[in-house]
Write a protein that binds this ligand. Sequence first.
Ligand code: PGA
Length: 247
Amino acid sequence: MKRKLIAGNWKMNGSAAANEALVRELTGGMAGAACTVAVCVPAPYLAQVGALRAGSPLELGAQDVSEHAEGAFTGEVSAAMLREFGVRYVIVGHSERRQYHHETDAVVADKTKAALAAGITPIVCVGETLAQREAGRTVDIVKRQMAAVIHTNGHCISEIVVAYEPVWAIGTGRTATPEQAQEVHAVLRTQLKAASEHADRIRLLYGGSMNAANAADLLAQPDIDGGLVGGASLKAADFLRIIAAAR
Ligand code: PGA
């Protein structure tokens, strides 16, 4: 069986003092975890959190990466730079990046490629808005988003992680039901299987108001292989309960 992945997405939260307290509680409390655990932290804190996690199984992640290798791209961070800080995972195409930074499917696909080329596992986010769900377009939207990534990355696709994050569930306290999430995960699995004979090994995470109370039911679904956790990853006790539910 695949080892589940629980990834925390801190978004633009944290401070040197808060990070230290949180990471110490996490590394102290996750002994015996049956899943892989990562925290995706703001870029300026990669070195700090990298040092704090040293010697523990907590993996380091970033929240974005440039699609370019180097050059005149003010404000951007390359995959090779992330790699130098020990980053193992990077979130790509989060709906907040698609929405506020106008990242297209093609840009998300190129960022995925840049991460893979540097040996970093991209956590590729897909998901529909509320209006798209209500219009019955959920499957079309997530398949279109996924198809761009498959098209650009070919046989390397089996090396990615996918996060299905319905936009209407992110930070709203409104979670997809386990059945709603599983339905979309099954669609994505079928699409990935058509692209790669190794698609069974791809971890499909659910994200969107996952918390200590609903994690176990979501993680019990056959095609849900972990979670991408925002708000609840900022509280050590909550995040540790989600980690404990992933087995
Ligand atoms: P949330 O965020 O858990 O706070 O809903 C998830 C995400 O945006 O990755």
